[in-house]
Structures are given as structure tokens and as C-alpha cells.
Ligand binder design. Structure first.
Ligand SMILES: [Zn+2]
Length: 97
């Protein structure tokens, strides 16, 4: 289960493995902010009319959905094992660069 930053309460179960997290026990809060990395450059190779199509699509989208496309905040609660797993995963990914 994920929540928005504004109404975060530590979850009673781990986001990843679902393990019960007892009150007062070890648990970890992970804040995730995902923002669109639009670099201000519009692909020049858009076919004629494609930009219009894109604009139409955006107009049809739910504003809330659209906001999520650009900016999304999540807070998850993890148990100790899953926290370590996440850190391992992220540091492995780092090494690939
Ligand atoms: Zn877990």
C-alpha cells in the first residue's frame, strides 16, 4: 500500500513482502519522488500532426492522472530485510553506470 506524503502513517505491514511490522519494531520509511525529466527539448522528428495528436491526448487525460505523469510522491514502509534488499538493488544499479 502506498500513500501520499500528506497522510503518511507507518504501515503495519511491509510494502514489499507484506510482513507484519509490530508497533515499536524496526521499520523504515522510504520517500520516493518521481518527476518528469523533461529537458525542454521537443523532438524535432515529430511527424506532421503528431504534436496535435499529443495535445489532444493530454486534453483528454484526467488532470489527476496527468499530474501523476509529471510529479508523483510516494511513501512506503519497509521491513529491515526489504530495506537492505532495496539498498543492494540500488547500489548494484549504480555500478552499472
Ligand atoms: Zn519486507
Amino acid at each position: 500500500m502506498s500513500t501520499r506524503k500528506t497522510d503518511y502513517h507507518p504501515a503495519s505491514t511491509c510494502f514489499r513482502c507484506g510482513k507484519y511490522l509490530r508497533p515499536g519494531g524496526l521499520k523504515y520509511r522510504v520517500d520516493i519522488t518521481i518527476t518528469s525529466a523533461f529537458n525542454g527539448v521537443i523532438d524535432e522528428h515529430y511527424e506532421e500532426g503528431e504534436m496535435e495528436k499529443l495535445a489532444e491526448e493530454i486534453k483528454r487525460m484526467d488532470p489527476e492522472e496527468l499530474e501523476k505523469e509529471v510529479y508523483q510522491e510516494l511513501i512506503i514502509t519497509l521491513c529491515k530485510d526489504c530495506r537492505e534488499g532495496l539498498i543492494d538493488y540500488l547500489s548494484e544499479a549504480e555500478e552499472l553506470h
